[in-house]
Design a protein around this ligand. Structure first.
Ligand SMILES: Nc1ncnc2c1ncn2[C@@H]1O[C@H](COP(=O)(O)OP(=O)(O)OP(=O)(O)O)[C@@H](O)[C@H]1O
Ligand SMILES: [Mg+2]
Length: 346
C-alpha cells in the first residue's frame, strides 16, 4: 500500500515526525535485511509538526544534516505520510477480478473517502476474506494531493528522490509485528501529536485508527494542572508517568484524563474488532512511540484491558549487527516507522 512504486533497492526510509527526523537504510537480499545505516535528528519546534512543516528552509537543512550525519549515500527515499493527513478505511466488497476491483474502487471512491477523489490520491489493497461470506476485505487509503505534492517538494528540496510514500500505520505494522504472527495483535504508537492504532493478524492490519493524543497534549495537561512550564511538565511526565506513589500522585492526577481518553479509544477499537471478527481474541498489545516510554503506561493498559502488554522492538524484523545492538535498543521507541519504511519490499 503506497502511492508510488519504485522497484528500487538503493533507498532509505525517512520518518518525518514532529519531534524529529529518522532515517534507516537496510542492506542485503531476502526478507530479513541487515541494518546498514541509521540516525535521527530532533527538529526545532519552530519547524512545525510532522504533518504541517512551516519552516521549510529549516526543515531542508535538518534533513541534509541528518543524511550527512548518518553517511547514507542513497538518493532514493521512502517517506511516511502522517496519520493526520491519511484517511484509511476497510470495506467489504464482493469477490471480483483485480481489474474489476480497481475500476469499482476508483468509480466509487467518492463514497468511501472524505475528500474529493479528483483532489486525492487513492490506493487500496485486498487484505483477505471478509467475515461476510463471499466478500473480501479491502483497505482503502487516501491523502489529499496538495499534501502529497508539498511533501514531495519538501524532501526533493534536500536533493532526494521520493520513490514511495506510505502511511505511518503500514510502516509501523511491518516493523513491529512478528513476521510469523498469526494471532491478532494491537499495536499502539504514541508519538508527539498523535497515536496510531492497528489491529493486525495474518500479516496485515485489519483495523487502523489515528487518535489525536501524544506527548504534547499529555505534557499540556501536566503543565496546566501542575502550574509549571511546558518543558518542566514534559520532564515530570517522562519521570513520574502514571506512578500513583510519585510526587503524591500529582502527575498521575494531572494526566490521567488525557490517558483515559486514549484508553477509551483503544477500548472502542477492541470492541469493534471483537464484534466484527466474532471469537478472535487479542493475543497482546504492543506499545511503541516516544510517549509510550511514560512510566507505568504499559502496566496501566494491561490492567485496564486484561491483555498482555509488550514493549515493541522496532528492529525485530531486522538483523542488527552486534556492535549496533545496544544503541538501536535505546532509540527503539521512536524508530518503528523509519525501520518499516526501510523494509518495504518493492
Ligand atoms: N531523540 C530523542 N531523545 C529524547 N526523547 C525523544 C527522542 N525522540 C523522541 N523522544 C521522546 O518521544 C516523544 C515523541 O515521540 P515520537 O518520537 O514517537 O514522536 P514523533 O514521531 O516525532 O511525533 P508524531 O508521530 O506525533 O508526529 C518526545 O516528546 C520525547 O519525549
Ligand atoms: Mg511518529
Amino acid at each position: 500500500m503506497a502511492f508510488f512504486s519504485g522497484g528500487r533497492s538503493d533507498f532509505f526510509g525517512l520518518d518525518i515526525g514532529t519531534f524529529g527526523l529518522r532515517a534507516v537504510q537496510l542492506k542485503g537480499p531476502g526478507p530479513i535485511k541487515t541494518l546498514d545505516r541509521y540516525g535521527e535528528i530532533t527538529l526545532d519546534s519552530t519547524v512545525g509538526t510532522g504533518y504541517d512543516v512551516v519552516d521549510k528552509q529549516g526543515f531542508t537543512q535538518a534533513l541534509q544534516r541528518l543524511v550527512k550525519q548518518t553517511g547514507i549515500t542513497a538518493k532514493n527515499v521512502a517517506v511516511n505520510i502522517p496519520s493526520q493527513r491519511v484517511f484509511t478505511t476497510i470495506i467489504d466488497l464482493p469477490k471480483m477480478l483485480p481489474a474489476e476491483l480497481d475500476k469499482t474502487i476508483h468509480y466509487q471512491a467518492g463514497s468511501y473517502i472524505p475528500t474529493p477523489p479528483d483532489k486525492s490520491k487513492v490506493d487500496f489493497a485486498v487484505i483477505g476474506n471478509s467475515p461476510q461470506a463471499g466478500k473480501v476485505e479491502v483497505l482503502i487509503t487516501s491523502a489529499p494531493n496538495d499534501f502529497i505534492e508539498s511533501r514531495l517538494a519538501l524532501v526533493e528540496a534536500a536533493g532526494l528522490n521520493v520513490i514511495a510514500m506510505e502511511p505511518d500505520n503500514m510502516a509501523l505494522a511491518r516493523a513491529i509485528v512478528a513476521a510469523d504472527a498469526t494471532l491478532p495483535q494491537l499495536v499502539l504508537d504514541v508519538g508527539s501529536v498523535s497515536a496510531d492504532l492497528i489491529i493486525s493478524f495474518g500479516g496485515t492490519p485489519h483495523l487502523v485508527r489515528a487518535i489525536p493524543t501524544g506527548m504534547q497534549n499529555i505534557a499540556r495537561a501536566a503543565s496546566q494542572n501542575l502550574g509549571v512550564d511546558a518543558r518542566q511538565a514534559q520532564q515530570y511526565v517522562l519521570k513520574f508517568g502514571l506512578g500513583k506513589d510519585k510526587l503524591e500522585g500529582r502527575v498521575y492526577a494531572a494526566i490521567i484524563g488525557v490517558i483515559d481518553g486514549l484508553a477509551g479509544e483503544i477500548e472502542k477499537s477492541i470492541k469493534f474488532f471483537a464484534e466484527r471478527y466474532g471469537n478472535t481474541k487479542l493475543d497482546r498489545i504492543i506499545v511503541t512511540g516516544g510517549a509510550s516510554t511514560l512510566p507505568e503506561l504499559p502496566l496501566y493498559i494491561a490492567n485496564k484491558f486484561g491483555i498482555n502488554v509488550e514493549i515493541g522492538n522496532a528492529w525485530r524484523n531486522v538483523n542488527v549487527p552486534p556492535p549496533q545492538q545496544n544503541q538501536t535498543m535505546v532509540v527503539s521507541s521512536h524508530f518503528a516507522v523509519a525501520v518499516g519504511l526501510a523494509g518495504r519490499m518493492e
